[in-house]
Design a binder for this molecule. Sequence first.
Ligand code: DX5
Ligand code: ZN
Length: 225
Amino acid sequence: MSFNRSVKIAPSILSADFANFGAEIDAVEAQGADWIHVDVMDGHFVPNLSFGATTCAAIRPHIKTVMDVHLMISPVDAYIDGFAAAGADFITAHVEAGPHIHRTLQAIRGAGAKAGVALNPGTPASAVKDLLDICDLVCVMTVNPGFGGQKFIPLHSKISELRTMIGDRPVHIEIDGGVTPDTAKGCVDAGADVLVAGSAVFKGGSVSNPAPYGENIRAIRASLA
Ligand code: DX5
Ligand code: ZN
């Protein structure tokens, strides 16, 4: 996987049919998804539960693109090896999840995955300043994490600040939460290259009617022109 800053659209399976993850992933990749975003929630760091490493391992064979695992859990470190063994390409942990995010990022890379660091909406860009040489992705949350389908929080100056801080480093800027054809362009113009979209991709479609997934992905792409 070589680094580039072309825009990637990463559907979040949090908005997929939980009884059909494999088929949903097959469908959304066939319809043009660039990455698959996998939201892991522990009911403690965020007020919702989703699933863990066992589910990630089960869906991995369906992901032909990039498996982007977003851990909304605390503590993190004891679970890293499990998600790496499940085949995650990226493992992202929150800077707010504990006092030792630097160690966590080292552990993610040590386990053989690419390391991401996520920022809640209330956390400034400066929180990752000393982490940019040991990570591969910064995830800017544009909703308070825990649920799909929330309203986008405009944080464009934080995105631009991160883009300047990152400079030439091969570090992606990912936007997660409330991405739609109305909000995507402002994020990309500010410097983002990975757009997570859950409800905006999965709305109107299903495994038996996947064409809307493609229309929704193309609508986000078209909005960037
Ligand atoms: C929020 C998750 C997001 C979410 C995005 O806690 O991290 O990935 O599923 O969903 P939408 O695109 O519907 O805001
Ligand atoms: Zn996410």
